[in-house]
Design a protein around this ligand. Structure first.
Ligand code: ATP
Ligand code: MG
Length: 411
């Protein structure tokens, strides 16, 4: 016997949920195209080293959540857990550095071995954007504005809060790291085992821990803002000034560090209280070192990604299907007429539901269930006269029309 349930953490997406997901992606694509972003589709799997670039990587995604396997040729491959690494890999391997800036968007499935909960799946869909080659705060402002614009298109601007922080440049991060390690070492007995291990490799990660004991220690940790050098402070201020100028509301969250290891300067998240613990719907930041790490040149980057399923759960706009015309034949004589008329109407651009079986009553019930607004009824008597009945299903009004005039009448 085949196991017929889907694998834990994976879902069959259909009906209204699939329509909502499609709409979210459609609105996202339309929004970012206004900003000059163009779609890219990278493979769903990559060489493992594209995601796990260095041994020091301590993010949960890389250390615990990847679906990694050996293919038949002995290569270590990984199902992509996120979009940025693959897009940057493509940027480097396709030689896109020649024509900066490069503005790309993508959407598709991502895979993470996580504990499934509401809004947390093992296969989920992300829509994301990457802007490469702009190192000034203008890029940060525009990329965040674009995210806000998109959330407005979804009707969610009042349901989310933009949280923003700066991790500064490398110098600032080193200063902060030293302060943080000192502080955490004083509280080492209160930290989770994971966080004790992170202390040497990447102590910033402790700030992002979801363990209660770590969160308590983090409460009183030194503030990032106090370690930023003048340049990093100025950069962050420019970003905030730009958001003010565009009247995009935000709160500075000094503890925000984000889950992946490659961020610098600006990091941000749009968070909602409406999805329980899985409140982050869209998140991103600047990753100026990533292209170089991937073997490309010194090219700045900034981007964000959103969880399409999480946004679909919040999305409340109408996603009903277009109302069809029902073509209903009664008796065998109507068969061929029905096929032809349905075909002609569809060619003329109408949505048509053809009922395949049942008596008139059953077929009318099906037409109503399909939310049809008009029925073309092909009864034996009308057909003998070369006619069909057109019935308005909202008003109940009906009249006979000649078969040859049918298309014109409907139009
Ligand atoms: P979280 O803190 O919720 O684990 P993250 O920091 O791991 O999120 P990112 O890697 O920044 O998430 O991914 C961007 C967005 O993708 C998230 O804000 C979220 O909306 C969505 N997302 C991430 N992981 C999952 C998942 N397992 N299931 C569904 N959506 C997800
Ligand atoms: Mg995560």
């Amino acid at each position: 016997m085949v196991k017929t349930q889907s694998v834990r953490g994976t879902y069959d997406l259909y009906g209204i949920l699939k329509r909502k997901a499609n709409k979210v992606i459609e609105l996202a694509s339309q929004t970012v195209e206004k900003y000059g972003f163009e779609q890219i589709e990278t493979p769903i799997f990559e060489f493992t080293e594209v995601f796990a670039r260095n041994l020091g990587d301590t993010s949960d995604v890389v250390t615990k959540e990847m679906y990694t396997f050996q293919d038949r040729g002995g290569e270590s491959l990984t199902l992509r857990p996120e979009g940025t690494a693959g897009v940057v890999r493509a940027f480097v391997s396709e030689g896109m550095q020649q024509n900066l800036p490069v503005k790309l968007f993508y959407h598709g499935p991502m895979f993470r071995y996580e504990r499934p909960q509401k809004g947390r799946q093992r296969q989920f869909t992300q829509f994301g954007v990457e802007m490469l080659g702009v190192s000034t705060p203008q890029a940060d402002i525009e990329v965040i504005a674009m995210a806000y614009d998109f959330l407005k298109q979804l009707g969610l601007e009042n349901d989310v809060v933009l949280e923003i922080n700066s991790l500064g440049d490398e110098e600032s991060r080193n200063v902060y790291r030293a302060k943080l390690v000192n502080y955490l070492k004083d509280h080492i007995s209160e930290l989770s085992q994971d966080s004790v291990e992170r202390l040497d490799k990447n102590p910033l990660r402790v700030l992002d821990s979801k363990e209660e004991c770590d969160k308590r220690v983090v409460e009183d940790a030194p503030l990032y803002a106090d370690s930023l050098n003048e340049e990093s402070k100025a950069f962050f201020n420019e970003v905030l000034k730009g958001l003010d100028l565009l009247q995009i509301p935000y709160v500075v969250n000094n503890k925000l560090v984000r889950g992946l290891d490659y961020y610098s300067h600006t990091v941000f998240e749009f968070v909602t209280t409406k999805l329980g613990a899985q409140g982050t719907v869209l998140a991103g930041g600047r990753y100026d070192g990533l292209v170089a790490e991937m073997g490309g040149g010194d090219v700045a980057g900034i981007g964000w990604a959103c969880g399409v399923e999480r946004l679909s759960m919040l999305f409340e706009k109408d996603v009903s299907l277009p109302r069809p015309i029902a073509v209903i034949e009664v008796g065998d004589e109507g068969h061929n007429h029905a096929l032809q008329i349905a075909y002609q109407l569809r060619n003329a651009g109408f949505c048509v539901e053809h009922s395949y079986s049942g008596n008139l009553k059953k077929r009318m019930a099906k037409a109503n269930k399909a939310n049809a607004y008009l029925a073309v009824i092909l009864g034996t008597d009308e057909l003998a006269r070369g006619h069909a009945t057109l019935k308005n299903l909202d008003t109940g009004e009906q009249r006979e029309v000649k078969l040859e005039d049918l298309l014109e009448e409907i139009k």
